[in-house]
Design a protein around this ligand. Structure first.
Ligand code: FES
Length: 344
């Protein structure tokens, strides 16, 4: 047993207010019993192998998870019952793999601590919150001694297998991210808009003539035919556009090319995190995102003038067709929506 005595006094006898008689004696600690691994080097070696084996078991569990994830194919062509069978099998393999992986690390660590790490009773008296510099230096030394005695440096077999198990363990989590959906790829670079698409009111439907857009009018529009899209909700989420009419001389020169008679169309998807930019302040010509208050200035080609968004709202170039209906002159010239890692 080791004792860290306080330098400002301490007593094995409890007293009351310093002048009442002692009421009980400190019973002390029972005699220390050494473990087999403390006295028998062969037992210590055996325990070391057992710990390493448990960490190896964890590695096997992790590998089973990874292999099982890829080996059990969940083809969409399967019948409903076959699909359920595969799903159950896949879940069982993933579950068993993860259980073995976690148990291997957990049981291995406990076994290591119980059999090989230092086993001795220590008394530490309660001190003031901040120790003296000497005590702090002692603490650092104790930590270093602990690292030394734990055998982390001396037992490379345990250390390496533990590092291997810990390094592999997060892999299944990363792989399972695949199930959260496809990578963005061109998801945001391509929208349903193409040259010639009529602008239709959303949700009422119906094309809009340029003459219907009086000064100060605002409309929420979608491309004609979007209701027939395969993933209509996804397409609508990307294609939402705000149509607004200002005086032509209020528009920035760079937005005039894509405007028609003072009517401009901008993506409604906030370039910060994709909320719909829903508020138009007619007096200032600002568009406001309600999520984190990004503010875009229509008179400056929807440049960000406040808030966390970093990019202007993309403009949809518009014109009119032979019948005077507003149509897209071209698709968006840049990806709509929030910034993401694939954006160049
Ligand atoms: S999503 Fe628009 S400001 Fe954050």
């Amino acid at each position: 047993m080791s004792t860290n005595e306080p330098d400002h006094g301490g007593s094995d006898v409890a007293v009351h207010d310093g002048d009442l008689p002692a009421r009980f004696e400190n019973p002390g600690l029972p005699e220390h019993k050494h473990r087999l691994t403390d006295t028998d080097p062969k037992a210590a070696r055996r325990a070391e192998k057992q710990v390493a084996l448990l960490f190896v078991l964890s590695i096997v569990g992790t590998l089973v998870m990874i292999v099982g994830y890829f080996a059990v194919k969940m083809d969409h062509g399967l019948g409903f019952l076959d699909y359920l069978d595969r799903l159950a099998l896949s879940n069982q393999i993933l579950g068993i793999g993860m259980a073995v992986s976690l148990l291997g690390i957990g049981v291995g660590a406990v076994h290591w601590a119980k059999t090989l790490m230092p086993d001795e009773e220590r008394i530490d008296y309660r001190h003031l919150q901040r120790g003296t510099d000497e005590e702090r230096a002692d603490a650092v030394e104790m930590l270093n001694t602990g690292v030394e005695e734990s055998g982390f440096a001396r037992r490379p077999l345990i250390r390496n297998t533990l590092i291997g198990a810990m390094a592999l363990f997060p892999l299944p989590g990363i792989i399972l991210f695949r199930d959260t959906g496809p990578l963005p790829e061109k998801v945001l670079t391509e929208t349903f808009w193409k040259a010639g698409d009529r602008l239709t009111l959303d949700p009422e439907g119906g094309p809009i003539k340029a003459s219907d857009m009086v000064l100060g009018a605002v409309a929420h529009v979608m491309p004609e035919g979007i209701e027939e899209a395969e993933h209509v909700l996804n397409e609508k989420a990307k294609a939402a556009v705000l149509l607004i009419r200002l005086e032509e001389d209020q528009l920035a020169p760079e937005s005039l090319d894509g405007a028609y008679g003072g009517i401009v169309a901008y993506s409604k998807i906030c370039t910060h995190m994709g909320c719909p930019v829903a508020l138009y302040e007619q007096r200032t010509h600002h568009l406001l995102c309600p999520c984190h208050q990004s503010t875009f200035d229509l008179t400056q080609n929807c440049k960000v003038i406040f808030g966390p968004a970093k990019r202007a709202l993309p403009q949809l170039p518009i014109t009119v067709d032979d019948e005077g209906y507003l149509v897209a002159a071209a698709p968006f010239g840049e990806p709509v929506g929030p910034s993401y890692w694939e954006r160049s």
